[in-house]
Design a protein around this ligand. Structure first.
Ligand SMILES: *Cc1c(COP(=O)(O)O)cnc(C)c1O
Length: 453
């Protein structure tokens, strides 16, 4: 374990030393605070922060949330003491260079032959950018995405004034290829968005087939791997890896989005978008009188929809990847542990009489529900399980999330649940911390016990 109590002062010291050469200066009286006032306010802050869920606990298996790696915190806070802005080279030459390096590593992870890309504040803004480039490349055409795609694709289509076309999902939550083919046959679709790792189920759209179909109809392909992208490191069809084919097909698409703040160990504020044709840079051309005057080199602000962005985010990711590289032996080992945890849990669910597995996990998201005869009872029991598991004593608590399903989706997966409601909640657990893998038997046993009552 990295001891932040030892490392953070080293960051503060290094930056103070560097600053000292520019001469000492006194903080303006208007900005001075006394320690007593700060002590009280800080006490309130740390108290209030306890109104939270223990995202770092192995028994937090709910939403896609976990604290950043200590190394990311160290990189972020150290760079933040300078507070560079990666909008332009003038804003922070060092972190702008780091950003280009980490983006190149992401491109390598996806085996993109060439790329133009940058970090973003989030997956949503990264996808917005890709959809905007899609619109500029294929003006007047629609954008197709799976009905199970992230909800922001429909919203961003609205923002950029493009028709969004939802494509039916199949019995495993993947884009239905026949439905896509029908939509493409209309000639209306300019871009297909494929998701590798849907936010709900972690399902992998059949990318090789999608790429072939889209190309046959002259459409672009954008891949949203905000959640699943880093699984490319272990996409080898091995027992604790994930399916190879969908990830291998990324190298042939037009754009891809991945969120280092999901599986890349980073704090929030770190997404990324990469384009395989650097020529799309032409869509960003703009001129502003107050930026870009330090050199003729490409400024990240020239290829980004956003203006100010934290250089600290690039520093954090850069430092993290120096010590936990984007390889199977590096970050891949953590992802394999997540995967083993998810698969072990799925096996336990398959044997359980109290809980039923909803579908097999393709990544590390496990879905299941208390075994009940009707959908309204499944819904009520799920809601109760969610509350009861979190209400156990702190050292036993299990934190979960729910996911809403329709009767047709249950039936498609062969579940005989009486459809007495339009929709109902089931459980959705993200096993995104390698530490959770060992806790799965304990978590499962506790949930089984609660589900029986
Ligand atoms: C999380 C997620 C997004 C949105 O990303 P943010 O970083 O939360 O804005 C988009 N697509 C998928 C598949 C996601 O999992």
């Amino acid at each position: 374990m990295t001891d932040l109590r030892a490392w953070l002062p080293r960051g503060v010291e290094a930056i103070s030393e560097w600053m000292a050469q520019f001469g000492s200066f006194e903080q303006h009286p208007s900005l001075r605070v006394d320690d007593v006032t700060l002590d009280i306010a800080f006490g309130q802050l740390t108290d209030r922060l306890q109104d939270n869920y223990p995202f770092g606990s192995p028994r937090y298996v709910g939403q896609m949330l976990k604290p950043p790696h200590d190394v990311a915190v160290l990189g972020y806070l150290t760079a933040m003491l300078i507070n560079p802005n990666n909008h332009a080279l003038d804003g922070g030459p060092a972190t702008a260079a780091m950003e280009k390096e980490v983006v190149a590593r992401l491109a390598e992870m996806f085996a993109l032959p060439q790329h133009l890309g940058h970090l973003t504040s989030s997956g949503t803004t990264a996808n917005l950018e890709a959809l905007w480039v899609a619109r500029e490349s294929h003006p007047g055409k629609s954008i197709a995405f799976s009905a199970d795609a992230h909800y922001t694709h429909a919203r961003m289509c609205q923002v950029i004034g493009v028709e969004g076309v939802p494509i039916r999902a199949d019995a495993r939550g993947r884009m239905d290829i026949e439905a896509l083919e029908q939509a493409l046959a209309t000639g209306r679709i300019g871009t297909v968005v494929a998701t590798l790792g849907t936010t709900g189920l972690g399902a992998l759209d059949p990318l090789p087939e999608i790429v072939d179909l889209a190309r046959a109809h002259g459409a672009r392909v954008h891949v949203d791997t905000a959640y699943g992208g880093f699984f490319a490191l272990i996409a080898d069809d091995s027992p604790d890896g994930v399916a190879r084919a969908p990830f291998a097909a990324i190298s042939g698409v037009d754009s891809v989005v991945v969120d280092p703040h999901k599986h890349g160990l980073q704090p929030y504020g770190c997404g990324a978008v990469l384009f395989s044709d650097p020529g799309v840079g032409r869509f960003y051309v703009h001129d502003s009188p107050y930026t870009y005057f330090s050199s003729d080199e490409l400024h990240l602000g020239e290829i980004s929809l956003e203006c100010s962005r934290a250089g600290a985010a690039a520093a954090a990711l850069w430092l993290t990847l120096e010590v936990i590289p984007l390889t199977d032996a590096g970050l891949g080992q953590a992802l394999r542990a997540n995967r083993r945890g998810a698969l072990a849990w799925h096996r336990l669910l398959d044997e359980s009489d109290a809980l039923t597995a909803y579908q097999a996990p393709e990544l590390d998201i496990v879905t299941y529900f208390p075994t009940r005869p009707t959908l309204s009872e499944v819904d009520a029991a799920s809601a109760r399980l969610f509350v009861d598991a979190a209400a156990l004593p702190p050292d036993k608590q299990v934190h979960l999330a729910t996911y809403s399903v329709r009767p047709a989706a249950l039936a498609a997966r062969g579940h005989e649940v009486v459809a007495d409601a339009d929709a109902g909640r089931i459980m959705r657990s993200t096993v995104m911390k390698p530490e959770s893998a060992d806790a799965i038997p304990e978590i499962h046993a506790r949930l089984e016990e609660l589900a029986r009552t």
